[in-house]
Design a protein around this ligand. Structure first.
Ligand code: HEM
Length: 129
């Protein structure tokens, strides 16, 4: 059972569908105002979440820890706050800047947690017989 991996993979493909749909919409309307939003849905959602999911598949024990659960929720929270606040800012709502700034820090924190998780998983000593 690897629920963290499953959830990250599911969110990754949903983000791909959303980001690509926005890309098609931008192309069809020739309105590229939301290009940075499209890029962040694809890169923070599709690419990063898919990589997180694949990592937890490759290192299943890392996915069984409380730290992995914290990492999941921090990554999802950061993504879900950052994308709409970035969209609002691109649409001219400059007053959203503090929320966008806070969301960016949450996203950065999720990567810091992932750094710790990756280092722990890849520094584990092999069990001796
Ligand atoms: C159906 C698939 C996709 C479509 C139709 C699409 C369409 C677009 C369009 C129309 C633009 C704006 C180009 C311009 O400003 O002249 C764009 C920009 C961009 N796209 Fe996509 N895209 C797709 C998939 C992806 C994926 C999978 C990624 C990343 C994993 C990605 C990353 C980017 C980036 C980084 C930019 C530049 C954003 C910026 O300059 O602010 N796109 N895309």
């Amino acid at each position: 059972m690897n629920r963290i991996s499953d959830r990250f993979l599911q969110l990754g493909v949903l983000a791909a569908l959303t980001g690509m749909s926005l890309g098609v919409y931008m192309g069809a309307t020739q309105n590229f105002t939301l290009s940075p939003v499209h890029a962040h849905i694809n890169l923070l959602g599709w690419v990063s979440m898919l990589l997180y999911g694949l990592f937890y598949r490759a290192f299943p024990q890392a996915g069984q820890t409380k730290l992995a659960v914290v990492h999941f929720w921090v990554a999802v929270l950061g993504f879900l706050i950052m994308v709409p606040s970035l969209a609002a800012e691109m649409l001219g709502h400059k007053e959203i800047a503090p929320v966008l700034g806070a969301a960016s820090v949450v996203v950065l924190l999720s990567m810091l947690l992932f750094v710790v998780i990756v280092f722990k998983a890849t520094s584990a000593k092999p069990a001796t017989a």
